[in-house]
Design a protein. Structure first.
Length: 142
């Protein structure tokens, strides 16, 4: 997990890293907001799509969820769902069973993640990710 202020280069770093990783560790970067908009369009199938990681082939894939915390709880036919919380909980199962990695970029602190996604997600993230936190005093580089 890369955590830090807006504009410090978290997304840019992950976009570079996806090209530098060996073929067996390739991943792609997907904005959390886009996943939320897909959920509005296609419903709970989107949670299954990203939680199991079976996006383009039958095998689960490593994903980088970009800008965790920028999405909102959304409704699909009146049912409210915290889409990313559900996906992250399912990705934890893949991590424990198959050691499948999940990368995340976010502006949120650990406390903010717990407030938005609950202590269960925060607890599982502690086990499945390493945290690299940028200094909060870094100014926007854009």
């Amino acid at each position: 997990m890369l955590s830090g202020p807006v504009g410090c280069g978290k997304t840019s770093l992950m976009n570079v890293m996806k090209h530098l990783t060996p073929t067996e560790h390739k991943f792609f970067v997907k904005p959390c907001r886009d996943i939320s908009f897909e959920f509005i369009q296609d419903g709970y199938e989107i949670i299954h799509k990203y939680s199991k990681g079976k996006l383009y082939q039958s095998e689960p894939k490593t994903i980088c969820f970009d800008d965790l915390g920028t999405e909102n709880n959304l409704k699909y036919f009146g049912n409210e769902c915290n889409v990313m919380a559900e996906i992250l909980l399912s990705r934890y199962e893949l991590f424990t069973n198959k050691k499948l990695q999940t990368h995340i970029t976010t502006n949120l602190s650990a406390t903010e993640i717990e407030n938005q996604y609950g202590n269960r997600v925060r607890s599982r993230l502690r086990e499945m990710i390493n945290l690299i936190a940028y200094d909060k005093t870094i100014k926007d580089k854009r």
